[in-house]
Design a protein around this ligand. Structure first.
Ligand SMILES: Nc1ncnc2c1ncn2[C@@H]1O[C@H](COP(=O)(O)OP(=O)(O)O)[C@@H](O)[C@H]1O
Ligand SMILES: [Mg+2]
Length: 292
């Protein structure tokens, strides 16, 4: 699948097809999906930003939690470092409630709890405390309650490229894990280690944790190897792999430097279309889960 030729009219944010809000009844828990893969550069942050935007565009109320000290999800959504007064670090060390860190983005119905570099010191700060793995779960427990409440239907947690205490917090708080996998030769290698960690967390911290799905990212059909990787991953993981494959698309990589999701930067490009399809697929899967 080739990239769309660059258009010189980045889409007007107003053309996003924002649907009818599908807010949960007051106080109901949102679905929490952790976007995890210990490899860097596989599309975690890109997926958090653009899946979050796509879900918001089709009516969900979405909170992205930036748990990477690099703060790329925050920057990519246009949250200036100087304005990050309360960050996920403050929340996880217990210095502030989650709702204090939550800020709106330029996308309607999409909010973010930003991160700062402080987060890289989390392990030193809370590594000895008994509830160290449950800081995020506890911080999210009443996000849809109380005076300054929200009615989030989805929480997407953008994890750092490591299986450290931060990622364990995300997995302990999550209903389900979403794994971005880059279409390259070593894709499957890291996956088994990740699945082992998920199993471990399931046994010890979060018995109801599941793998929501695997999303293949940065797919380039001109690359024969990529096709082989897609076939291998589908054979190995079967139905866990989403039908939607995210193509390598230059618009996706340009958008963060404008502090915009690709759906706002260029709604019509193949990257935006793919993330909208992924959002639809995820909601479909949620319906099937609920029905089963
Ligand atoms: N589908 C895509 N097409 C082109 N570039 C992409 C795509 N997905 C991600 N990228 C780029 O690849 C780099 C790594 O992606 P990122 O989402 O930051 O990975 P991670 O969060 O897993 O480290 C970024 O520069 C991003 O813009
Ligand atoms: Mg990232």
């Amino acid at each position: 699948m080739a990239d769309n030729p660059p258009t010189d009219h980045p889409a007007d944010p107003l053309v996003i097809p924002f649907g009818k809000a599908t807010a949960r009844p007051d106080g109901q828990r949102p679905r929490v999906l952790a976007i995890a893969n210990q490899k860097g550069g596989v599309g975690k942050t890109t997926t958090a930003i653009n899946l979050g935007t796509a879900l918001a565009a089709i009516g969900e109320h979405v909170l992205i939690i930036d748990l990477d000290p690099q703060g790329n999800a925050s920057t990519g959504l246009g949250i200036d470092r100087r304005t990050r007064r309360t960050s996920t670090y403050d929340v996880l060390i217990g210095a502030a409630p989650m709702r204090e860190a939550v800020v709106p983005t330029a996308v309607p119905q999409l909010y973010i709890a930003p991160s700062t570099l402080d987060l890289s010191g989390l392990e030193l700060e809370i590594g000895q405390s008994r509830d160290r793995a449950f800081r995020l779960r506890n911080a999210l427990s009443n996000i849809n309650n109380g005076a300054r409440s929200y009615d989030f239907t989805y929480v997407l947690v953008d994890c750092p490229p490591s299986l450290n205490l931060i990622t364990v917090n995300a997995m302990a708080a999550a209903d389900s894990i979403l794994v971005p996998l880059q279409c390259e030769f070593f894709a499957l290698e890291g996956l088994s280690q990740l699945l082992k960690t998920v199993d471990e967390v399931k046994k010890t911290l979060n018995p109801k944790l599941s793998i929501h799905g695997i999303v293949l990212t940065m797919y380039d059909s001109r690359n024969n190897l990529a096709n082989q990787v897609v076939a291998d991953v589908r054979q190995f993981m079967g139905r866990k792999v989403y039908d939607t494959v995210i193509p390598r698309n230059v618009r996706i990589s340009e958008a963060p430097s404008y502090g915009k999701p690709v759906l706002v930067y260029d709604l019509k490009c193949v990257g935006s279309e793919a993330y909208l399809r992924l959002a639809t697929e995820i909601i479909q899967r949620e319906r099937e889960l609920k029905a089963s």
